[in-house]
Design a binder for this molecule. Structure first.
Ligand code: SF4
Ligand code: FES
Length: 249
């Protein structure tokens, strides 16, 4: 397969950046998007050109590191799939691709396709954890959670922190990401202990670092983990609850 690539090159955070044209002549349908970039980089190194910087870690859809924008869509054309699991065979009759970083004011470009996503980390530092004295681990059977709650909590916990939802949102909102954390923890007994404090702290980071949510729903369309719009509703609900209850929890 011959694929013409338009790839965003940017030498550093202060550089204006530009698209560069490349051709990979020996791509195969089995290649993932990242393997295509690997192949391109082999070529560039052979030609003495600086390879394209991009992030990856697990390459199996778990870590959330690999997000890039492909033809204006965060992660790429295959729904519910992170960039590392997007395979060329699923792209149809493709001969051209434009690859650029995830675009959001909250994610400044560090170099080429690599963006700084520490704004998402600040959401987690504010409230994406449980901070209570738990003592020794109780017997699993002693902590009663309904099957439905456990399943729902797991569904929300599937968020891989990739940031595609923020990049897809016209407002640059992170409500899907933050709502997934709040909903997941609010459904479990140990998460309920700091429910109000968590929602208030996390909501403050959203106000400071991201845009407001206007319920466009673009976030859900690109989320590789299938986090539903109910997470956004949970975000609003938990935050309101936290404000009304004040220091009660
Ligand atoms: S909610 Fe979905 S798109 Fe947003 S960070 Fe989590 S996995 Fe990525
Ligand atoms: S490299 Fe880990 S999710 Fe893509």
């Amino acid at each position: 397969m011959r694929i013409e690539l338009e790839v965003w090159r940017q030498d550093g955070p202060q550089d204006r950046g530009r698209f560069e044209q490349y051709v990979v002549v020996d791509a195969t349908p089995e290649m993932s998007l990242l393997e295509l970039l690997d192949r391109l980089n082999d070529q560039l190194v052979e030609q003495g050109i600086e390879p394209v910087q991009f992030e990856s870690d697990c390459r199996e859809g778990v870590c959330g590191a690999c997000g890039v924008t492909v033809d204006d869509r965060p992660h790429g054309p295959v729904p519910k799939t992170p960039s590392c699991r997007q395979h060329l065979r699923a792209f149809g009759d493709v001969s051209r691709l434009r690859i650029e970083p995830l675009r959001s004011a909250a994610f400044p470009v560090i170099r080429d396709l690599v963006v700084d996503r520490t704004a998402l980390d600040r959401v987690i530092w504010a409230g994406g954890f449980v901070d209570v004295e738990t003592g020794t681990a109780p017997d699993a059977d002693d902590v009663l959670i309904t099957h439905d709650d456990a399943e729902q909590a797991l569904d929300f916990a599937a968020c891989i922190g990739c940031g595609a939802c923020v990049a897809a949102c016209p407002n640059g909102a992170a409500h899907l990401f933050a709502g997934a954390k709040l909903a997941h923890l609010a459904l479990l007994p140990h998460g309920r202990l700091e429910r109000g404090r968590r929602a208030r702290a996390l909501g403050q980071v959203l106000d400071d670092e991201f845009g407001p949510c206007s319920s466009y729903g673009e976030c859900v369309e690109v989320c590789p983990a299938g986090i539903p719009l109910a997470a956004v509703a949970a975000m609003h609900r938990e935050r309101l609850r936290g404000l009304f209850r004040g220091k009660a929890d």
